[in-house]
Design a protein around this ligand. Structure first.
Ligand code: SR1
Ligand code: MG
Length: 406
């Protein structure tokens, strides 16, 4: 794979579009009115492009390194293909919940996507105090669709084997294995916390129960090839549209940014969502918005219910024609919940002590940030201590309520 390819710039993007018929059919590269670089993620460059007729699209290009750190951290640009292919696979299952892929360029690692400028990133909306009812439940449905639709539950056995081979994503999985599971316990120099949180980070790193849980989580992440998971399903990987007022449902929800996709444990996506709801709750609590903090933790129940109901309903079709019966399906769902608690613990800890953080906590003033970070770390440790005995979503809620709502 070549790492010598031309990067998109505000200047050359028009010529690039004009050279790609599938893009030129949707926007006129020769008559661009506006080009803006809007990337705010850790890895890629992203352009928002509008032509003279007001037609627009998003072009996302992978660089051969991690944008967050620069050329010192090389990274395969082929990650853009994993994103393109997983978005297409997920869109085939739930087109209503996944951003549309307009095209993918294998030579320059450019992914063209529908413009969702009338949406906003859910994390930003949450941080601004918006609600967007129904998003959490729909994300649970999306995860269930993927759990069944890309696994042996919903696909031909041979097709699953081929999909697994195509979706190997070792380099990005290693990022997750290092940043999410290993480094919260063993700092290799990338971790950081506020001085006030240094004792909390040290307590986390010295917690043998947490370390043991992280070894279990990492093993499962590396070996449980269940379905083509999103792989980075935080609230920054979801766009929402709607008034955002309390009581108003979002009128559109779109998942994007799935470059970490691979055949992995489906609970990893659920755990990521649960952890991000915990960040939203810790932020609200820090700001003295206790009712909102409780609401944010309630999103866990909504995502879980959306997942469990849909997963069991989708599995019904498959139960009829195979050995696996309803008892098995229910046992599987119960195990996914336990595992989601385990992964949520990892995800909570990594965003507080690890290299890649979240705006929910980082944009708080330091005197509010330190206690919020401490509460999230306490919640991570409490979940790590009991994930294996979680018997219902209530157990997860009780644990997080106690640590975050106080
Ligand atoms: C170097 S990439 C850091 C993080 O950004 C992505 O959103 C993933 O969560 C990854 O761990
Ligand atoms: Mg991302």
């Amino acid at each position: 794979m070549s790492t010598e390819y031309e990067f998109l710039t505000e200047k050359n993007v028009g010529t690039y579009i004009a050279s790609r018929p599938e893009l030129q059919a949707r926007i006129d590269g020769a008559r661009l009115a506006e080009v803006r670089e809007i990337g705010d993620g850790n890895l890629n460059v992203v352009f928002h492009v509008t032509d003279a007729d007001g037609r627009s699209m998003i072009l996302k290009q992978s660089l051969p390194y991690v944008r967050m750190t620069g050329e010192g951290w090389p990274m395969t640009p082929d990650r853009a293909r994993r994103e393109a292919e997983s978005l297409v696979a997920h869109g085939a299952i739930r087109a209503d919940l996944v951003v549309e892929v307009i095209g993918y360029d294998h030579d320059r690692y450019v992914l063209a996507l529908e413009d969702l400028s009338d949406h906003r990133v859910w994390r930003g909306a949450l941080n601004d105090g918006e609600y967007h009812d129904g998003v959490a439940a729909q994300l649970g449905e999306y995860v269930a669709g993927v759990a069944v639709g890309t696994s042996v539950l919903g696909m031909d056995r041979g097709d699953v084997a081929e999909a697994m081979a195509r979706s190997q994503n070792a380099e990005l999985c290693v990022i997750t294995e290092d940043l999410v599971f290993t480094e919260p316990v063993f700092d290799i120099g990338r971790n950081s916390v506020l001085p006030a949180n240094e004792p909390d980070a040290a307590a986390l790193a010295g917690d043998a129960v947490f370390a043991s849980a992280m070894s279990e989580a990492k093993w499962r992440f590396m070996t449980h090839a269940e379905a083509l998971i999103h792989g980075d399903l935080h609230t920054g990987s979801v766009m929402v549209r709607g008034s955002g007022e309390a009581g108003d449902a979002a009128d559109s929800v779109k998942v994007f940014d799935s470059e970490f996709a691979f055949y992995g444990p489906i609970a990893f996506d659920l755990g990521a969502l649960f952890a991000n709801y915990a960040f939203a709750a810790a932020r609200a609590r820090a700001l003295g918005e206790d009712e909102r903090a409780a609401w944010a933790l309630g999103l866990i129940d909504q995502t879980w219910q959306g997942f469990a109901d849909t997963d069991l309903a989708l599995s019904e079709r498959w139960l009829e024609r195979d050995l696996f019966n309803r008892d098995f399906a229910e046992r599987r769902v119960a195990e996914i919940l336990r595992e989601a608690a385990l992964f949520a613990s990892a995800k909570m800890a990594r965003r507080i002590v690890g290299a890649a953080k979240v705006a929910d906590i980082e944009t708080l003033d330091p005197e509010l940030r330190a206690p919020a970070a401490r509460a999230v770390l306490s919640a991570a440790r409490a979940l790590a201590a009991r994930w294996d005995s979680v018997a219902g979503v209530r157990d997860i809620r009780d644990t997080l309520d106690a640590q975050i709502l106080g």
